[in-house]
Design a protein around this ligand. Structure first.
Ligand SMILES: Cc1ncc(COP(=O)(O)O)c(C=O)c1O
Length: 377
């Protein structure tokens, strides 16, 4: 059986005529940089997310860097974030000579644990950067409360959770600035690189727009040193087509998750993803925990799946604080036990809108087979 982790080609084929038409239209009007589709996408995304301002940028990593530059983060500053995320979240701060300081995670949601944040705040702290990991929002209410009490900015790394809701509000629009990635495998992915910045703050939007445009509002009248980060018109045209279907894609992901939940229900060694009651989960990943105490360890299961041609992934095998670049320099100030444990126990299974129940049954059968074998040995 040819199971795919994320079926990009299959997803394209479902909407090929519309995508081809959208790309062709850009080729014909030839406004490849900031063509009308970029403006249209920004406004359609603003409506969808219920946020005042959206700015298309080149990728999610740039979005984070631009957000930090817009908040004035620079040399000597500290940002509090999670070590259980992609490198990009912390890298953006380091590029500005700031220091990422890692807070431990909530073992159930894999997101930053608000209870671990306050103890890490110093006079140098400028912002908290929660990452909405795997499709589920971080616990934003206490994060916002801590940030406001200490006068800190909040940048939401929303690369993995577009459209998810926390207490009725869409992620990325709760803090000061939200960052999106349109990397092809994201829930709303383009056919190359892309990203966006979200904010309800007009002054921050103006600053972000300037930063992303070489520090200029008016061409040739550069006011500050910025970067060059633009969303291609072709990618915007593709995203406009896919945005119309995003809710359908999310519903399908949620259905796929429910099927997995049932297949693994009450398994003694497998913990299925926790879904906190006050938020929606859009399942960018479906991530299991294989208890370290189980007779069949996570790495053994991964090897078994590989032997049977079932794609899977370990997000993330090395918590950021254990990478040599972050091992020194004050990135680690408190315990990170849950982060470390998660990195030893997680395993993400295929999830995408086209995954069939038949494929899921096959994946589950192979996983059950693995545990039956280790238990009987
Ligand atoms: C949580 C998170 N932050 C940031 C990024 C960076 O996005 P991009 O690859 O578009 O630069 C990603 C994408 O992998 C991500 O998953």
């Amino acid at each position: 059986m040819n199971v795919k982790m994320a079926d990009l080609r299959g997803q394209y084929e479902m909407i090929a005529p519309e995508i081809d038409k959208a790309i062709r239209s850009v080729l014909e009007h030839a406004a490849f940089i900031r063509g009308r589709e970029v403006d249209e996408l920004e406004s359609e995304l603003a409506d969808y997310l219920d946020v005042s301002h959206v700015l298309g940028v080149a990728n999610g990593t740039d979005a984070l860097q631009i957000a930090m530059m817009s908040l004035g983060i620079g040399p000597g500053d500290e940002i509090i974030t999670s070590a259980f995320t992609v490198f990009a979240t912390a890298e953006a701060g380091v590029l500005l000579d700031a220091t990422p300081v890692f807070a431990d995670i909530d073992s159930r949601t894999f997101n930053i644990d608000p209870e671990c944040v306050e103890a890490l705040i110093t006079p140098r702290t400028k912002a908290i950067v929660p990452v909405h990991l795997f499709g589920q929002p971080a616990d934003m209410a206490p994060i916002m409360e801590i940030a406001r009490r200490h006068g800190l900015g909040v940048i939401e790394d929303n690369a993995q959770s577009i459209g998810a809701e926390y207490r009725g509000q869409k992620t990325g629009c709760i803090g000061d600035i939200g960052c999106l990635s349109f990397f092809p495998t994201k829930n709303l992915g383009c056919y190359g690189d892309g990203g966006a910045i979200l904010t309800n703050d007009a002054a921050l939007y103006k600053k972000a727009r300037m930063v992303s445009n070489h520090g200029a509002e008016r061409k040739y009248y550069n006011e500050i040193v910025g970067i060059n980060s633009r969303l291609d018109t072709i990618q915007a045209a593709i995203l406009k087509v896919k945005l119309q279907r995003l809710d359908t894609y999310q519903t399908r992901r949620q259905q796929v998750a429910r099927v997995y939940d049932t297949l693994f229900d009450k398994h003694p060694f497998i913990t299925t993803p926790h879904h906190a009651p006050d938020r929606t989960h859009v399942y960018h990943q479906y991530t299991l925990r294989i208890s370290e105490e189980s007779p069949g360890k996570r790495d053994g299961l991964a090897a078994h799946l590989k032997a049977h041609g079932i794609p899977h992934a370990i997000y993330y095998p090395v918590p950021l604080h254990n990478l040599p670049v972050f091992a020194e320099g004050g990135c680690r100030k408190g315990p990170l036990d849950e982060t470390e444990k998660a990195s030893r126990e997680v395993l993400s299974l295929p999830i995408h809108p086209l995954l069939t129940a038949h494929e899921q049954q096959y994946i589950s059968d192979k996983i059950m087979q693995y545990f039956d074998r280790v238990v009987s040995n």
